[in-house]
Design a protein around this ligand. Structure first.
Ligand SMILES: C[S@@+](CC[C@H](N)C(=O)[O-])C[C@H]1O[C@@H](n2cnc3c(N)ncnc32)[C@H](O)[C@@H]1O
Length: 273
């Protein structure tokens, strides 16, 4: 049994199917944070890169193109997502279905990379120490994770607008395994230090997130993300419609000629092995 059993169950269940169904929307929303992370990663031809929590492999394929003729391996705990990555693959990347906390890494890589894939560990110190084993001497860790949930305005404000219609939030609190598991910057630095990493640098970034062309489309996307997605899973059609009506005007406040584009709030984290 994995030490990350809850996350194993979560990422091998309904969430993976939903993620794949809405992949195009997630990717569109992530384009700003992706650009910030790719610049931060400083990819160069010839590098060997491990993409941890690679999901359906979008970043892995982008890395493969940037580091050719180098090597990239995408690793994820979710069978459906790794299967989707393999099905979409160009052939330039390898994919492994495994738990990053326990996989027996050998020092084959120059860079351990992750876009939103490292916040879910039950034992972050043990897991970050395990990831260090994947790096050659002098190797670098570069990843992106969410800031505290109250700072992600497009999740928090709609939740505030609609929460009285929904059951009390069964929270995935900040700094517990889950999307906001590395929300606290000082704590993340301590965890990495304890796991043996050095020269740790953590910078805040607030790139735009395109949630939809219209406020209605953005509301639909937000209802499939974060706390609202969890709460609406059990909701009946009437409640879902009421939530949509409450959220759509909230989305309108970020409506521009380019669509609904609120800022995200993320940490860019770097450390050396
Ligand atoms: C928010 S998704 C991000 C996916 C992808 N990096 C992206 O940006 O599209 C988080 C991913 O981390 C994976 N994950 C969670 N815990 C993991 C673990 N212990 N080992 C490997 N992958 C894990 C999940 O299965 C999921 O694919």
């Amino acid at each position: 049994m994995s030490s990350n059993q809850n996350q194993y169950d979560y990422w091998n269940g309904e969430i993976a199917t939903n993620w794949l169904k809405r992949l195009e929307y997630f990717e569109r929303g992530f384009s700003g944070i992706n650009a910030a992370l790719m610049a931060f990663a400083r990819l160069e031809p010839g590098m060997a890169v491990l993409d941890v929590g690679c999901g359906a492999g979008t970043t892995t394929e982008e890395i493969a193109a940037a580091v050719a003729p180098g090597r990239v391996v995408g690793l994820d705990i979710s069978k459906p997502l790794i299967e989707a990555a393999r099905a979409r693959a160009s052939g330039a990347a390898e994919y492994i279905e495994a738990d990053a906390s326990a996989y027996p890494f050998t020092p084959d890589f120059d860079l351990v990379f992750s876009r939103l894939g490292l916040m879910f560990f039950t034992d972050p110190v043990k897991s970050f120490a395990n990831l260090r084993r994947a790096l050659r001497p002098g190797g670098r860790l570069a990843f992106l994770c969410w800031c505290p949930q109250a700072e992600i305005c497009y999740l928090w404000e709609p939740y505030q607008a609609a929460h009285d219609l929904l059951p009390v939030l069964d929270p995935t609190p900040d700094n517990e395994p889950g999307p906001f598991g590395l929300a606290d910057r000082a704590r993340t630095a301590c965890l990495l230090q304890e796991a043996g990493w050095h020269d740790i640098r953590i910078a805040r970034t607030t790139p735009p997130s395109l949630l939809g062309i219209t406020p209605g489309e953005a509301a639909e996307q937000v209802m499939n993300m974060g706390p609202l997605a969890r709460l609406l899973r059990q909701a009946d059609a009437a409640t879902t419609a009421k939530v949509r009506d409450r959220i759509t005007p909230v989305m309108a406040k970020w409506h521009t000629s380019g669509g609904v584009v609120p800022p995200a709030a993320c940490w860019l984290v770097e450390a050396f092995a």
